[in-house]
Design a protein around this ligand. Structure first.
Ligand code: NAD
Length: 361
């Protein structure tokens, strides 16, 4: 049966990257029925909205989507399409594998981690109080009266909600993901020693969820220690689950450990729906030049194959990508030893090269 997938090419360099990824995915032999839906700046210019309802409806309907990056223009008033999709589709888990591929310039080798970040709560909830505003003054007064704590009158305030519900489902997601992908351990990250009612709750719930998943090893780490450990002994870690803010920071640390954005795939997932996309943005200055690296979105495509249950195709596509990287010939400028290397492959050539290996069998 064909897999119906919503395909969102995105904007900037998104469409050219997406074409290369589709070429590679189709060469796996897995059959796809692509439902193409557009979102981003071009759609905004044409229709006045960067995220038409039909895009969300299609992802809800097909349950699986793959998307190119989408620009968030500064100062136009349209909010991030990426953030809006995560909210509207209740994509509460951001999954970022960080894996070493020989041939990628990096300080480390043999890294194989998965970062699972909670997407909705924490300081990203957007509950903020501006310095000097009436509501802020009232809040400062209320806190003073009810807790005896003094906050300076010239302070701004951001609220950090962490709930039992949100924590239970993200930690359970991390265990389910670990089990499905044959991984051995989940590490829950927090700062429970300082923030007892938010990170403390996160830790308490993490332990409760771990007790219900005894087949997978569990441990916890304080976030500052986690940063040091990841730099010193990254091989000790496997699946790492974090609240939103720490997850944001440690995802980038993880991408840095394995050589950067060029090989950093990702997925945003919920109970019903999964949306696969690279970690990098739309690199708009290269738009239309057929130059940028499609590997990160291709590796997101590999994640999608596993999600669809096409594990063998996923392994073959990943091996083909790894071979291209190791050979170093059909790779884009950013993966060459020198950025100005005239032998750098185009975006579409990378897609064709991966597809050729897959067709060879
Ligand atoms: P970016 O990731 O687009 O670019 C950062 C740097 O990396 C640039 O030098 C760029 O040229 C380079 N780069 C990025 N992707 C590359 C690739 N595939 N191959 C080679 N080089 C690549 O980040 P930015 O410049 O901060 O953001 C540009 C736009 O993308 C912004 O509007 C931002 O909001 C948006 N963005 C979207 C997503 C998403 O769709 N999920 C994620 C991040 C940023």
């Amino acid at each position: 049966m064909k897999n119906r997938i919503t395909l969102i090419p995105g904007d900037g360099t998104g469409p050219e990257i997406t074409d290369a990824v589709v070429t590679a995915l189709e060469a796996t032999g897995v059959e796809f029925d692509w439902v193409t839906k557009n979102a981003g700046t071009d759609v905004y210019d044409a229709t006045g909205t960067p995220l038409p309802d039909e895009v969300l409806e299609s992802v809800r309907d097909t349950k699986v989507g793959i998307k190119g990056p989408i620009t968030t223009p500064v100062g136009t008033g349209f909010r991030s399409v990426n953030v809006a999709m995560r909210k509207e589709l209740d994509l509460f888990a951001c999954v970022r594998p960080c894996k070493s591929y020989p041939g990628v310039r990096s300080r480390y080798k043999d890294i194989d981690l998965v970062i699972v970040r909670e997407n909705h709560e924490d300081l990203y909830a957007g509950i903020e109080f501006e310095r000097g505003k009436g509501d802020t003054e009232e809040l400062i007064r209320w806190i003073g009266e009810h807790t005896g704590r003094k906050i300076r009158p010239d302070a701004g305030i951001s609220i950090k909600p962490i709930s039992e519900y949100g924590t239970t489902r993200i930690v359970q997601f991390a265990f389910d993901y670990a089990r499905r992908m044959g991984r051995r351990k989940v590490t829950s990250v927090h700062k429970a020693n300082i923030m007892k009612h938010t990170d403390g709750l996160w830790l308490e719930v993490s332990r409760q969820v771990a007790a219900k998943n005894p087949d997978i090893e569990f441990e916890d780490r304080i976030v500052d220690n986690m940063c040091m450990q990841l730099v010193q002994k990254p091989e000790l870690y496997d699946v790492i689950v974090l609240p939103n803010l720490y997850g944001d920071i440690i995802s980038d640390l993880g991408a840095g450990l394995v050589g950067g954005l060029g090989v950093a795939p990702g997925a945003n997932m919920g109970d019903e729906v999964a949306l696969f996309e690279a970690t990098h943005g739309s690199a708009p200055k290269y738009k239309g030049q057929n130059r940028v690296n499609p590997m990160a979105m291709m590796l997101s495509g590999v994640m999608m194959l596993h999600h669809l249950g096409a594990n063998e195709a996923g392994r073959r596509m990943e091996a083909a990508i790894a071979r291209i990287i190791a050979e170093g010939k059909d790779v884009t400028y950013d993966m060459k030893p020198h950025r100005g290397d005239p032998t750098a492959a185009t975006t579409s050539r990378v897609g064709d090269a991966v597809a050729e290996i897959l067709r060879e069998g």
